[in-house]
Design a protein around this ligand. Structure first.
Ligand code: CMC
Length: 428
């Protein structure tokens, strides 16, 4: 307990006064502890969507949404994207420190040794319709890992080997879900390749030809994975923690996180962004008229890839990706209609009173979709890429929760608004 944890806030209600403890984080985020409010004052708090509710104390990721700051374990996202690899960042999130060269080699080796899937996974993929979206296929496959790796004790250290298994195998699962959807043979991992390179080979290679990993594509993919690696208590991470709080195992918890990520208001937005840009191009619509629709409260259209619950400033991930997007498009020599429309939409929105007043800026999904498209990743796979990137963050959060002596099963309250007790009646 820091000295600041001795502060209290007072609540007056119905003629009584209650002292509520105040907790102050290392970046001065200040929270009123209402955990005893019900037992002492008979009150609960109401906060739909948990927009102002801290669900835990965490040392993994810090966001200042007003200033547009994102740090993993204290390191700025911009520095990590520029100087680290995805596996180094995964190590950082999981262990709290960047790896030494020896630790990095050992971690990379262990990830590389677990990339193969049990052959029986083939039948799992083959049992799915070929037109299935790869997100539910991935969620099912991650959940199925509980069946293949049974018996590890639940707890802080269950994470160790299963963490390695998950991070190693998720590119294989992702690539196989894609191969199944296009009716091509599954490819086995090649462990001499980098994490991103191996994924690209399993995704785009075929057994008939050699596959050369393009270093531009490989680097861009690694940066995308880094930028997605954690984002504190977002919807999917909170889901992972909530499922894990019942002592469900790591695979079951992560599988639930994959499902939560799929929604278009969360990780599914990257797919929706590119669909929006394509639709604008196909209809020959102007960016101006699309923005007008997005502003109209009677029209369900939203400017996808804009706005964020936490960022009320430019999402720092979007800033990195905007630069990377131009770089990729230029180096691959692509004439990207989507990038052109995206930039126009951004320019209009950033100067429009509606967006300015509501502090709506591009979020990570605005440019990530354009990069994925330029890298040749099919639209249906965009959210799968997000899940691959977010995996170390989910695992780090799940492990932190397990190690926290204050953690309890998650169980929110409600304000009941339904019928009062009534006499049972039937007309039969
Ligand atoms: N286009 C048009 N209007 C918007 C948008 C948008 N993209 N986002 C928010 N607004 C308006 C909204 O209509 C509301 O206006 P009013 O106050 O007049 O009713 C106001 O801005 C506040 O919006 P909200 O829906 O109450 O904000 P929220 O914090 O509940 O939702 C959000 C955040 C990200 C779900 C929302 O901004 C949105 O739907 N954006 C588009 C989807 C998207 O890009 N999602 C990816 C999020 S980043 C990736 C991730 O971490 O998951």
């Amino acid at each position: 307990m820091s000295s600041q944890d001795t502060k209290t806030a007072q609540l007056s209600y119905d003629g009584n006064s209650y002292d509520l403890p105040v907790h102050v984080g290392t970046e001065n985020e200040t929270a009123v502890d209402i955990s005893k409010l019900r037992s002492e004052a008979g009150l609960i708090t109401l906060d739909p969507g948990y927009g102002n509710t801290g669900s835990c104390k965490s040392s993994i990721t810090y966001i200042d949404g007003d200033k547009g700051i994102l740090r993993y374990r204290g390191y700025a996202i911009e520095d990590l994207a520029k100087n680290s690899t995805f596996l180094e960042v995964a190590y950082l999130l999981l262990n709290g420190e960047l790896p030494t060269p020896e630790e990095n080699t050992a971690f990379t080796d262990s990830i590389t040794q677990h990339t193969m899937l049990n052959e029986n996974f083939r039948s799992l993929f083959l049992s799915m319709p070929t037109n299935a979206h790869p997100m539910p296929v991935m969620s099912a496959a991650v959940s199925a890992m509980s069946c293949f790796y049974q018996g590890d004790e639940y707890g802080e250290h269950e994470g160790d080997i299963n963490t390695i298994r998950l991070i190693s195998k998720i590119p294989t699962l992702a690539a196989w879900s894609y191969k199944h959807s296009i009716g091509q043979p599954f490819l086995y991992p090649k462990n001499h390749l980098s994490y991103a390179g191996n994924f690209l080979k399993m995704m785009f290679g075929n057994p008939c030809e050699e596959f050369e990993v393009d270093p531009v594509v490989e680097k861009a993919l690694d940066i995308l994975l880094i930028l997605h690696a954690d984002h504190e208590q977002n919807c999917s991470t909170s889901t992972v923690r909530m499922v894990g709080s019942s002592h469900a195992n790591l695979f079951a918890s992560i599988s639930a996180g994959v499902s939560a990520l799929w929604g278009p208001l969360h990780g599914g937005a990257n797919q929706k962004v590119i669909e929006m840009l394509n639709a604008i191009a196909d209809r020959g619509e102007t960016a101006e008229s699309f923005v007008e629709k997005a502003k109209n409260p009677d029209d369900p259209t939203r400017l996808m890839g804009f706005g964020h619950r936490v960022y009320k400033n430019y999402d720092p991930r979007a800033a990195v990706l905007k630069g990377a997007c131009h770089d990729v498009v230029e180096r691959l020599g692509i004439d990207s209609k989507q990038l052109e429309i995206g930039m126009k939409l951004e320019e209009i929105a950033l100067n429009d009173e509606y967006f300015v007043k509501r502090k709506l800026f591009p979020n990570v999904d605005f440019y990530s979709g354009i990069i994925y498209k330029s890298l040749g990743i099919p639209v249906d796979m965009f959210t799968v890429m997000f899940a691959m990137g977010r995996l170390p963050g989910w695992i780090a959060q799940w492990r932190e929760m397990n190690a926290d002596p204050a953690a309890r099963i998650d169980r929110p309250r409600q304000v009941y608004m339904g019928a009062n007790e009534r006499k049972y009646f039937t007309s039969k």
